[in-house]
Design a protein around this ligand. Structure first.
Ligand code: NDP
Length: 307
């Protein structure tokens, strides 16, 4: 029986691993299919405290891994395919084995939704981004496009006008999904121009993005716009498929209380899998720490009850 199993090797999972390892719980981290999490899809992280020069997302993840292993965390490349709540413990099923654990920290994250067009892959993280807070700074005096019509698209496009000289917001319908107050802020911003009823058909460029071809969703007409970058704000998909019907979810995100407890005793959640508001590396780290401290308390009580 494991003391702590952590699902996910992004910032939340690895921070939880550092804390659980330092509490001598010898945590087992299962990396999941996206080893390192969303930070590995970005370039330089400039807003993580303590790195005034910025740090590559992949480098930050590597450092966190090393730090957790130094204190005794075990990191295994494996993907949790199923999850069962048992009497007083939980069970994780991977392709190779079934693992029983007293406590579980779910840090499986969320994956930004991508457009799914062929030309997108070429520019992922290098001209097409999913986090304005992280990568907007690279677009000083540039022209960019934000895709989406929800609160994120509004918030991110307003934020991006701090840097960019022009922001096009491209939405596939003729009205926004965003809340009224967010819409008002967007419409008031002189640097933002709406492009209604349009979808990205193709992204063109060489080592960087040069233009986007938009398709009118009503007429089917194609039109090319010269731009320097694209920010996708078309939602995130929390990685919670195996917990459906077993742990309480809200729109797919795991519901936790302020102490990161889920509704299943001994099961905690941290990072983007339970946070659809902040979605930042530093908040993921914070909740990873909290979840590990709560898991440690839970494990101590469990152990006492067995003695
Ligand atoms: P949403 O799911 O709310 O919105 C996604 C938007 O992207 C929709 O307008 C949708 O279009 C569009 N979209 C989805 N898929 C595609 C696609 N393949 N191609 C083109 N467009 C697409 O996601 P958000 O990230 O905006 O918001 C998530 C949650 O976070 C919401 O509850 C939101 O309120 C909240 N939030 C709150 C904020 C705040 O209060 N400050 C800030 C940011 C988010 P369509 O409208 O046609 O479905």
């Amino acid at each position: 029986m494991e003391k702590v199993v952590i699902l996910g090797s992004g910032v939340a999972g690895l921070t939880a691993a550092i804390y659980a390892a330092r509490a001598e719980l010898s945590p087992l981290v299962l990396t999941g299919n996206e080893d390192g999490g969303q930070l590995t899809l970005t370039t330089t992280v400039e807003n993580f405290p303590g790195f005034p020069e910025g740090i590559l997302g992949s480098e930050l993840v590597e450092q966190l891994k090393k730090q957790s292993q130094k204190f005794g965390a075990r990191i295994k490349v494996a993907h949790a395919a199923d999850f069962h709540v048992k009497d007083g413990f939980v069970e994780i099923v991977t392709d190779e084995e079934t693992i029983q654990t007293v406590t579980l920290i779910i840090a499986t994250g969320a994956s930004a939704r991508w457009l799914g067009i062929p030309s997108e892959k070429q520019f992922m993280g290098r001209g097409i981004h999913t986090c304005a807070t992280c990568d907007g700074f690279f677009y000083k005096d540039k022209t960019i496009m934000v895709i989406g019509g929800g609160d994120s698209a509004c918030e991110e496009s307003n934020f991006l006008t701090k840097f960019a000289k022009k922001v096009y917001v491209v939405h596939r319908r003729d009205e926004l999904k965003a809340s009224k107050i967010m819409q008002e802020r967007l419409f008031k911003n002189p640097k933002i121009e709406m492009i209604w009823n349009a979808e990205v058909h193709e992204v063109k460029g060489d080592s960087s993005v040069k233009s986007a071809v938009l398709k009118d969703t009503v007429t089917g007409d194609l039109k090319e716009h010269t731009i320097d970058g694209i920010f996708l704000a078309i939602g995130h998909v929390p990685n919670t498929a195996i917990f459906e019907g077993k742990i309480n979810l809200d729109k797919g995100f795991i519901i936790t209380d302020r102490r990161l407890h889920t509704n299943v005793p001994g099961v905690f959640a941290a990072g983007d899998v339970q946070d659809f508001i902040y979605k930042q590396a530093v908040t993921a780290a914070g909740t990873g720490c909290q979840a590990a401290m709560e898991a440690e308390k839970y494990y101590s009580h469990w152990k006492e009850s067995k003695e």
